[in-house]
Structure formats: structure tokens, C-alpha cells
Design a protein around this ligand. Structure first.
Ligand SMILES: [Zn+2]
Length: 151
């Protein structure tokens, strides 16, 4: 799949202008490309409590899930899996337009949204997420360590 990194970064720059960052004054935008060619974006949203601040990648992942087709009636059990598009590439930029690496929490979020082969734009070119988050924790770890009787 050809990835237009210039366009992806431009989408991140565009959404960074919508960031709410009155405390840090560091606007951040993130744009992700799915395997289906869909671009989803997110920007950081700060909060006076600081601890509630949302990174741009949080908004991106939320937007990604919002693009999923409705899998079942709203009354269906939560165990019915939702088919969420998989991210294949992500560009994160600061308000100056230059790449900004995702924080640790967001690397974990992106891991579940794109997997270890997800390409992340960096100042030195795209890198697979597996290089930014080695030995990642995932759903298989949860399943393997779940106590008996839990579902
Ligand atoms: Zn983050």
C-alpha cells in the first residue's frame, strides 16, 4: 500500500489547529490511515485538571472506532465484536508541523489500533510501532493471565 506521508502529515497539521491547548500551548494533531484508505484524525484536548488531558492520538483512536459500521442492534451483548478498521500509518505533529512522537500511553493505544507493523512518522522517516513499543502488552496477555471463572 502506498502511503502519502505528505498528505497524512498535512491532515495532522490541519487538525492540530483545532487543538485545545491553553495550558501547555503545545498543539498536537494526529492523522491515521486505515487499510481501507480512510484517514481519521484527532487533536489534543487539555483540561484544567491536567490529568484528564486527552492526547491527539486518543481522539484519533476514538474517531477510528466511530467509523466502524454498526455491527448489531444496540441491544446486542457487548461481547459482539465490532469490526474496527485497522490503522496502517500514523502521522503526529506539533503545531509547528514537525513530527512529534506519541507518548507511552498513546503508543499502547496505537498498538491495539494498528498492531506492531503500524508505521509511525518520525523526523527520520516512518518506523514500525514495534520499534517504538518493544515487548508490548496486549489482549493476549490479558487472556493468558485471566483468573479462572472470568470470561
Ligand atoms: Zn499521548
Amino acid at each position: 500500500m502506498d502511503i502519502d506521508w505528505t498528505a497524512l502529515r498535512a491532515a495532522a497539521v490541519d487538525v492540530a489547529r483545532r487543538a485545545y491547548a491553553p495550558y501547555s500551548r503545545l498543539r498536537v494533531g494526529a492523522a491515521g490511515l486505515t487499510g481501507d484508505g480512510l484517514v481519521v484524525t484527532g487533536c489534543n484536548v487539555e483540561n484544567a485538571s491536567f490529568g484528564l488531558t486527552l492526547c491527539a492520538e486518543c481522539g484519533l483512536v476514538s474517531a477510528l472506532h466511530a467509523t466502524a459500521p454498526s455491527p448489531a442492534p444496540a441491544t446486542a451483548p457487548l461481547k459482539v465484536p465490532v469490526k474496527v478498521p485497522v490503522l496502517v500509518a500514523v502521522a503526529v505533529v506539533a503545531g509547528d508541523g514537525d513530527p512529534l512522537l506519541p507518548c507511552g500511553r498513546c503508543r499502547q493505544l496505537l498498538q491495539e489500533a494498528g498492531g506492531p507493523s503500524l508505521l509511525v512518522d518520525t523526523a527520520n522517516g516512518p518506523l514500525p510501532l514495534s520499534e517504538l513499543l518493544p515487548a508490548a502488552f496486549g489482549g493476549a496477555d490479558v487472556a493468558a493471565r485471566r483468573e479462572a471463572g472470568a470470561s
